[in-house]
Design a protein around this ligand. Structure first.
Ligand code: SAH
Length: 344
């Protein structure tokens, strides 16, 4: 978490052990403060001089005893105290699901992990625009390099492991949920193989939240009690088309723009009705979010201008969204009518 206060040239005393205080020091320095350190209540070698009267004391909760008398003296002298959380444990990796890209769909766990990180490796689909507000960590974009080449998966894993082994608390921020087509399992395995402690914070997957952004519920009573999430990265096999068409529930496809023609044709060959409603939701929760609704038989033409990132939804639930939208529009029209009648 970055500070929202301008402390330019203000003397700030950060108290707490070096390890626990390392992120608070970064936060106060980033806010422009002149940072002084007290790493034990009696001071320790390397702490340097102390200010005569600090503007603020940032007291990092390092779990050690003996800080209270100092804090009491500050209170008596009228020096404000900000209680700061201790930095995350160094030498570990946290895989964080960042949700579909909206700040308010980050979990509390994700926000805390970002706050406690020293380094964050993120990619394009994570909510990276918000990162500078959420963390004082070093930010590394592994989605693309200056030459627009993606960093290879094995290199990402090596970067994460090396950063943890050199004493950083590492966050790997991923779009949606780390375990849904996110290669999260491979990254956990790489950490485990290197003996680096690792944990995973689940995120809000785009498979459910992006249809929701377009008003589409993936299940709906008496309409669909199954939803299947499929990767469209490579075309499906004929057998898979047959099984999907036979299930009779909602089909949600991620990474499906490139293989949409094969999917639509395959499902039709497998017997799915060409009139089955279908939606393409592009850029969910982001500027330019757009929903294209057509039918299995017409989607290829209707979605010709669609691009990634997008989620495809095939099933009767698409009509639920349309019905709700029409209902909402009709009620809005009725209220407008009522208002104009009242005015008249
Ligand atoms: N782990 C991610 C999915 C990674 S695969 C998750 O759980 O959401 C990447 C695909 O996710 C994209 O090709 C697209 O199909 C989908 N996606 C992710 N974010 C999206 C967004 N904001 N809008 C539309 N599609 C999105």
């Amino acid at each position: 978490m970055q500070l929202t206060i301008d402390l330019t040239d203000r003397d700030v005393l950060v108290t707490g052990s070096a390890n626990a205080a390392r992120q608070a020091v970064r936060r106060y320095e980033a806010a422009g403060a002149i940072v002084y350190r007290l790493s034990t209540p009696d001071g320790a070698e390397g702490d340097g001089p102390l200010p005569e009267r600090p503007f603020l004391v940032a007291a990092v909760d390092d779990g050690e005893p003996g800080w209270e008398p100092l804090l009491d003296r500050c209170r008596e002298a009228g020096i404000p105290i900000a209680i700061e959380p201790a930095a995350g444990e160094p030498g570990r990796v946290t895989l964080v699901g960042g949700g579909p890209g909206a700040l308010d769909l980050l979990t509390v766990g994700a926000v805390h992990a970002l706050r406690d990180a020293d380094v964050v490796f993120y990619d394009r689909l994570a909510p990276y625009q918000e990162l500078v507000r959420l963390t004082s960590a070093k930010l590394v974009d592994v989605g693309k390099r200056p030459g627009h080449h993606k960093v290879a998966q094995c290199d990402i894993e090596k970067l994460m492991v090396d950063a943890a082994l050199s004493g950083n608390n590492v966050v790997r921020l991923k779009g949606g949920d780390p375990y849904v087509f996110g290669r999260g399992g491979e990254e956990v395995a790489a950490c485990a193989a290197a003996g680096v402690p690792v944990r995973v914070i689940s995120g809000v997957t785009s498979a459910i939240s992006v249809p929701a952004a377009a008003g589409i519920p993936v299940t709906h009573r008496e309409v669909s009690h199954i939803f299947t999430v499929v990767s469209g990265h490579a075309p499906l096999t004929e057998k898979e088309h047959t099984h999907l068409a036979g299930l009779g529930g909602t089909i949600v496809v991620l990474m499906g723009i490139g293989t949409l023609p094969q999917l639509a044709a395959g499902l039709r060959r497998a017997g799915m009705d060409a009139g089955m409603p279908m939606a393409v939701v592009e850029r969910g929760y982001r500027p330019g979010q757009r929903t294209t609704i057509a039918e299995l038989g017409t989607i290829e033409t209707a979605a010709a201008g669609c691009s990634n990132p997008a989620v495809l939804v095939i099933g009767e639930v698409v009509r639920v969204a349309e019905a709700n939208r029409n209902h909402a529009e009709a009620s809005a029209e009725l209220s407008r009518l009522a208002a104009s009648l009242l005015e008249a």
